[in-house]
Design a protein around this ligand. Sequence first.
Ligand SMILES: O=P(O)(O)O[C@H]1O[C@H](CO)[C@@H](O)[C@H]1O
Ligand SMILES: O=c1cc[nH]c(=O)[nH]1
Length: 248
Amino acid sequence: MPTEIQPHIQLTKKIKAKYALLPGDPKRVDKVTQYLNDVEELAYNREYKSIMGYYKNIPILVVSTGIGGPSTGIAVEELSSIGVTTLIRIGSSGALQDDIHLGDLLIATGAIRDEGTSNAYIESSFPAIATHNLVSAISDVSTRKNIPYHTGIIRSHDSFYTDHEEHIDDYWSDKGVLGSDMETSTLYVLGALRGLQTASILNVVVPSKGNLQSGINDLVGGESLPAQGEQNQILVALEAIASIHNKS
Ligand SMILES: O=P(O)(O)O[C@H]1O[C@H](CO)[C@@H](O)[C@H]1O
Ligand SMILES: O=c1cc[nH]c(=O)[nH]1
């Protein structure tokens, strides 16, 4: 049934967009508006806020996923059902390396699956990896625009306030992991299982060994480096889409 409405994102196949940007925070959806033409507000159900607009004449959907694997998994499945094929997360992250600064972008080539959702789908030996040509396009745009970025492995997790967060961060930092978020590995694994193209661009809002709460509060309050990183990640995601679209 082509017009069947997806229960959570409240969108249908009538949208006809191949490309979607996926912030976690619904407020970040509004920040994309200024980069698009002919923006239409589509739906706002639970954590799923959506708009549609055009970047260089390419239809782009922007849908927030909320926090964590379960709500992200639902978004990925429902977006796939309405015909979206390329999904780029524009998220925020805490750094796990000292040479990564506030507002730098992390382009996640792969993600440690320290969350429950992807593991509900398939055993943990299945890798969570980004689509190569997307990573390549995103890195090329960042280089061209002089935007500071790092490519490598990040860790997606389910907890924020356990009694051993510091120990966990130290462990993964020692292994060279760049930073952490809560959605990338779900996006990558479900994307691979459903034949989608996926990538994740994370804006660093908490420095390595920094204060988690104040870092996230700074982003909410519009502090300059994380706020600039947020603008950068939106621009880079859109330019990368334009670049792969023109090659297809
Ligand atoms: O800013 P978003 O995209 O939500 O990403 C990060 O911020 C949230 C935690 O504060 C988690 O969703 C984490 O992955
Ligand atoms: O440290 C952080 C900051 C934002 N989001 C995370 O998942 N971790």
